[in-house]
Design a protein around this ligand. Structure first.
Ligand code: NDP
Length: 281
């Protein structure tokens, strides 16, 4: 088992368990240079997993990432996603080529199906396999898949080679702890927690986070991130567009939540006692 600072994929690749999201980047051309600077600052802090998707800003997020990683490609573990509408056998291949071109690179480290759509899973898996064979992607996975989706994927030929499932997981959305996260652990699938800060909204203003943060001389965001990093098989990808937020987030790696903190979090955000359908944003 990888230690808490890293997560390990089924093929042995090990990456830092805190990375960077990029949703909403690339939307405004006037912000793009600052956003790329922020991603580079994140790389300097060791947040080397960068998550993007073809649909973010209609490819604009991938272009920001291209700018950020230029000359630094080998430092980065690059993740992008195929939109469900493109996820046929040939469509998956074509979408990946378009992403690679926008990203200015010849390979992705991980390519995900963004969520389930109308194309049969077998088609998407066939497209992923082609991309693996040609070296365009190093591994593939899915996103927003609940346990029943994962089980269906496991029945598709080659579906059990899925390396990761990217899901909504934060203190406000703990449903996956009941069944999905244990399922992923058992099957060697890395869980990637998206919106670990609750998108920077209400969650960070919750008094329980404030109290724990005060005990540790930390911030509410760091408590939320430290929570997302408790489980060894979870990779957390907060999005930050300012250096202040990046410094704050990177320091969350050093925050250890003790038993008292965890009990307080369980009181404020009770863990699931029965199945909850996977939420998605
Ligand atoms: P996050 O939970 O990462 O929150 C991002 C927000 O929090 C931004 O407004 C950011 O502000 C703010 N923030 C960042 N750091 C701090 C801090 N230290 N203190 C206070 N506020 C902070 O939400 P996201 O929805 O962006 O999720 C993260 C990533 O997950 C996405 O960017 C995307 O890559 C992925 N994702 C995947 C989905 C999927 O379906 N697969 C769905 C949703 C997200 P600022 O930008 O100003 O720094």
């Amino acid at each position: 088992m990888a230690d808490r600072a890293t997560v390990r994929f089924r093929d042995g690749a090990e990456v830092p368990s805190l990375g960077q999201g990029t949703w909403m980047m690339g939307e405004r051309s006037s912000n793009r240079a600052t956003e790329a600077d922020a991603l580079r600052a994140g790389l300097d802090l060791g947040l080397t997993v960068i998550d993007t998707a073809e649909i973010y800003a209609d490819g604009g997020s991938e272009e920001v990432v291209a700018n950020a990683i230029e000359g630094r490609r080998d430092e980065v573990f690059l993740v992008s996603k195929v939109a469900p509408s493109n996820a046929s056998h040939a469509g998956t291949r074509a979408a990946c080529e378009a992403s690679l071109s926008r990203l200015g690179t010849d390979r992705l480290d991980l390519y995900l199906l963004h969520w389930r759509g109308r194309h049969p899973l077998a088609e998407t898996v066939a497209g992923m396999n082609d991309l693996m064979e040609t070296g365009r992607i190093r591994r593939w996975g899915v996103s927003n898949f609940d346990v029943d989706d994962m089980e269906e994927l496991w029945r598709v030929p080659g579906g059990d080679q899925c390396a990761a499932n990217q899901i909504l997981y934060n203190l406000d959305s703990r449903g996956p702890e009941f069944d999905l996260l244990p399922w992923l652990d058992r099957h060697g699938v890395v869980a990637i927690a998206y919106s670990p800060l609750g998108q920077g909204g209400e969650l960070l203003r919750h008094p329980a986070l404030g109290e724990i943060a005060a005990r540790h001389n930390a911030t509410a965001a760091q408590v939320a991130l430290a929570f997302s990093l408790i489980r060894p098989n979870v990779l957390s990808i907060p999005k930050a567009a300012t250096c202040r937020h990046l410094d704050d987030n990177a320091a969350a790696r050093d925050l250890r939540l003790d038993e008292q903190d965890r009990a307080a979090l369980d009181r404020a955000f009770p863990p699931p006692t029965k199945k909850r359908a996977l939420e998605m944003i």
